[in-house]
Design a protein around this ligand. Structure first.
Ligand SMILES: [Zn+2]
Length: 254
């Protein structure tokens, strides 16, 4: 299927979410893509199917199993532009549902920090078992889940212990083919002692991220974890870095 130039997908509903009528809903619609470029979007008719088959022939890959008299099957679903996730943490994917319904700080104490601390502490043993670092396995799971939910672009706030694993999240993102801004975390007060940064530590991590080679879909920005855990001493130089590199600046607000 990857070898064919065109891909067509037809579904029960199509929501183009495009001007001039962003509320438009199409019953029985299709999308035709050439590689990564969308060539046609619109209502499907039997003529569309015959035309595509006639013109594109063996260059056309059809999503779904063909049915008799229906060369391009209508899939039971909705075609719409993919979602953009404006804030998330790829290191939390495997623990979703654990310590559920707790207030934020209890959940951090009972789920997030024990989990990320555990995979950090047991890194070698887990890497032997998994065949890759436990961080990379975690981030790859998050990429798969995003795609499953229809999210193809995301802002990943790479907090706490994960700030030391920027290369791995970039690697997972490139492999998944999603688009990602990694907000690289940091803190200099009111936090676990071993994670406290000096401003040069936080800036150094950003510089090292920029030096990672071969990235097409991953970019970086400063992502101090929270305001309570970052003083002006570190926020000011991080914001200056963001201005200098024309990036976003991402922080939990409380
Ligand atoms: Zn968050």
């Amino acid at each position: 299927m990857q070898d064919r130039r065109f891909t067509v997908c037809r579904a029960e509903y199509l929501l183009p979410l495009a001007d001039p009528d962003r509320a438009r809903r199409v019953r029985d619609g299709y999308v035709l893509a050439e590689g990564e470029t969308i060539r046609e979007v619109g209502p499907y008719t039997p003529d569309t199917g015959s035309r595509l088959l006639r013109d594109l022939g063996s260059e056309l890959s059809i999503l779904g199993a063909p049915r008799q008299g229906d060369p391009i099957p209508r899939l039971p679903g909705v075609l719409l532009p993919a979602f953009v996730k404006a804030h998330g943490h790829d290191h939390e994917q495997p623990i979703i549902g654990i310590a559920k319904d707790e207030p934020l700080t209890s959940w951090l104490d009972h789920a997030v920090n024990p989990f990320t601390g555990f995979i950090n502490g047991q890194k070698d043993r887990l890497a032997d078992e998994l065949g890759c670092s436990p961080q990379l396995a975690t981030y790859r799971m998050a990429r798969l889940c995003d795609i499953h939910y229809g999210i193809t672009a995301s802002m990943v706030h790479h907090c706490n212990h994960n700030k030391y694993h920027v290369e791995e999240v970039a690697q997972a993102n490139e492999a998944a083919g999603t688009t990602m801004i990694v907000a690289i975390g940091g803190q200099d007060r009111n936090y676990v002692q071993e994670l406290l940064d000096r401003p040069e530590d936080a800036l150094g991590r950003l510089e090292r991220a920029l030096a990672i080679e071969g990235l097409d879909r991953t970019s970086f920005c400063p992502g101090p974890d929270q305001l309570f855990s970052n003083s002006r001493h570190v926020l000011v130089p991080l914001k200056a870095w963001a201005r200098e590199h024309d990036t976003l600046f991402h922080v939990h607000s409380s």
